[in-house]
Design a protein around this ligand. Structure first.
Ligand SMILES: [Zn+2]
Length: 285
């Protein structure tokens, strides 16, 4: 009888000690994992204690179920990013120093005049396409961290004919920077999904982009493939990394067959090349 009493007491004390250790230690403290420095055009994966509230330069930020969150560093950002987190009554913050990237200039000549200086009808089409893609991006559910485990691979093999962020000079006229990576490949070459995801949008015959595919990789991150010859998947399809999704083409404003692959965090384009082979998951206590 006495032995049993001691046993129960011992068990109770053990649990009480465990609770005290947790309360004073890690269980109630807040963790925030982020790099100290990033370049313009980077995609940054952070992790915070799940359930924390988060702000980036004062703007409330959404986190995934395990506390993951993604930041896109704009190409021309010239200030640092201050990330603040709050969990229960505790707050913490972290500053990411943003480093300047050495952007290239790319000259493209021989484009049809209406692709460099589009007329009124063409501008209306361009704006409608832009609106459509924007609204699909905004409607993406945030909580599917498809890409975190396996990361990204190249969607097609070929010569890199255009890199992200280059200042574009079209027929001698300066235009917006290039928002993706161009990979030259023969017409009809199959291209694969660079990461797991859901097909969110298929657009046929847009003025600048031709045939378009958009893949939602979760946590606000999406891929866009443009100038396609054809799309072999449908909106709503779940795709895995390595699944064939399109065939390379030269529809829209293109001077030869190539795949334009863009990656965005929300509406901010980031450099796809820097994602290849990168490991994103960091364990949190
Ligand atoms: Zn391109």
């Amino acid at each position: 009888m006495l032995g049993r009493y001691f046993f129960i007491t011992f068990r109770y004390l053990w649990s009480a000690a465990a609770v005290l250790i947790l309360a004073g230690g890690t269980a109630w403290s807040i963790d925030l994992h982020l790099p100290d420095r990033s370049f313009q055009g980077d995609m940054v994966v952070g992790q915070v204690t799940p359930g924390s509230a988060l702000w980036v330069n004062g703007t409330p930020w959404t986190t995934g179920p395990r506390g993951h969150f993604i930041l896109g560093v704009p190409r021309d950002l010239k200030r640092d990013l201050l990330v603040k987190a709050r969990s229960k009554n505790e707050t913490t913050s972290h500053t990411i120093q943003i480093l300047k990237y050495d952007w290239h200039v790319q000259h493209i000549d021989g484009l049809a005049k209406n692709y460099v200086n589009p007329g009124k009808n063409e501008r209306t089409r361009i704006e409608a396409d832009r609106q459509k893609i924007g609204s699909v991006r905004r409607a993406q559910p945030y909580v599917l961290p498809f890409f975190l485990k396996k990361g990204f691979i190249m969607p097609v093999k070929g010569r890199i004919s255009g890199i992200f962020g280059s200042q574009r000079v079209l027929n001698g006229e300066p235009r917006s920077p290039h928002s993706g990576l161009d990979i030259a490949a023969p017409l009809g070459t199959p291209a694969i999904s660079p990461a797991d995801g859901v097909i969110r949008l298929v657009v046929e015959d847009s003025f600048l982009m031709g045939n378009v595919l958009m893949i939602d990789h979760g946590l606000g991150v999406s891929s866009i493939f443009i100038h396609l010859d054809s799309v072999v998947v449908s909106e709503g399809d779940l795709v895995h990394q390595g699944d064939v999704v399109v065939r390379v083409g030269q529809t829209g404003r293109a001077t030869g067959p190539h795949l334009h692959w863009g990656v965005s965090v929300g509406s901010i384009p980031v450099d796809p090349m820097r994602l290849i082979g990168k490991k994103f998951i960091r364990p949190i206590r």
